[in-house]
Ligand binder design. Structure first.
Ligand code: ATP
Length: 311
């Protein structure tokens, strides 16, 4: 079943609606106009199989700069991210992927609208509450690993517990053992990052992101610095952490093959939700990105240049 939906890219000021001759199988999606505190499934692809939502945004907007040089990086985004699901965010360069992730993770402030982690409205929190939220409820995996070079793999993995002042009791030690064996790190725990391959370093970073059992792990291009084999391993572990360990992962990626590891792909274009793909394959993701490109070209009144705009 083709569960891909493409939202039309409305020209500024237009009332909406897919341009005639738009992407085959397109289904217009309507977004709620209000700001409910409970998620109400703004798109037709369920955020998770059981309907649980970990993170959601309503009318979330971000404008950088002001006046003539203002850039609307996110434009009234409504989206849900499922709990216990692996969701990828994709879209052309400059479409707002990083901005969306930063707002959802409490790393940046919104211009308007609301973002929620569980029932907590992140967009209302002050600096110290945001710092606490990032420490206690969110895990991060970045392209550049961000491990502390003087610490061993084990020390790096346990660092979030130490920073949070959490005692490594028997339950924490069990979870640590589960993570390091799942991630194939048992024999590497005494090594420093410089003594590990890129893939091993990223697996340490994933274990570190999961050790405090955060409600959600945000992964920003986690395979960007890895060769395809190490990248495939890392993506398999991210998927495993969702399927077998019940975690929630939201990943920004440019790579359709990486996105195909996810349960669902959310497509962004021009700062708006532009599509939603359930059970993605590399082919369905590429088709989605191609559809965005042709919609974009239709809106701009110009033919699509092959390969343009999509990384
Ligand atoms: N700090 C900033 N100041 C001004 N404009 C910004 C800033 N950060 C992002 N932008 C602009 O906001 C828009 C969205 O950027 P963002 O980085 O979220 O896109 P992206 O989809 O993650 O892009 P890429 O795939 O290239 O990383 C772009 O037009 C970008 O130039």
């Amino acid at each position: 079943m083709d569960t891909t939906v493409y939202r039309p890219l409305d020209p500024p000021g237009a009332g909406g609606g897919l341009p005639s001759g738009g992407a085959a199988g397109s289904v217009p999606v309507t977004a709620p106009a209000t700001l409910p505190t409970e998620p109400t499934a703004p798109t037709s692809v369920p955020a998770s199989p059981d309907g649980r939502v970990a993170v959601h945004a309503r009318s979330l907007s971000k404008v950088y700069g002001s006046g003539g040089s203002a850039v609307r990086a996110l434009d009234a985004v409504d989206v849900d991210f499922g709990a216990g699901a692996f969701t990828a965010i994709m879209g052309p360069s400059g479409s707002g992927k990083s901005t969306l992730m930063h707002l959802l993770a409490g790393l940046d402030t919104a211009s308007s609208g609301a973002a929620f982690l569980g029932q907590t409205e992140i967009t209302r929190l002050g600096d110290s509450a945001l710092t606490e939220l990032r420490r206690d409820r969110v895990g991060f995996v970045f392209q550049s690993f961000n491990l502390l070079p003087m610490f061993t793999a084990e020390q790096n993995i346990l660092l979030p517990l130490e920073l949070a002042g959490v005692k490594v009791d028997a339950a924490a030690r069990d979870w640590f053992d589960t993570l390091v064996s799942t991630l194939g790190l048992t024999a590497r725990l005494g090594h420093r990052p410089a003594e590990l391959s890129g893939g091993q370093q990223q697996r340490v970073a994933i274990a570190r992101a999961l050790i405090a059992r955060p409600e959600v792990v945000f992964a920003d291009e986690p395979t960007g610095n890895l060769d395809s084999r190490a990248g495939a391993e890392v993506l398999s572990f991210l998927r495993q952490s969702v399927r077998e360990l019940g975690r929630t992962v939201i990943m920004v990626t440019h790579d359709p093959a990486a996105a195909a590891y996810a349960d669902r792909v959310v497509l962004l274009a021009d700062g708006r939700i532009a599509g939603d793909i359930a059970d993605p394959t590399p082919e369905s993701v590429l088709t989605g990105l191609d559809a965005l490109r042709s919609l974009d070209a239709t809106v701009a009144g110009a033919p699509a240049a092959p390969g343009s705009g999509v990384r």
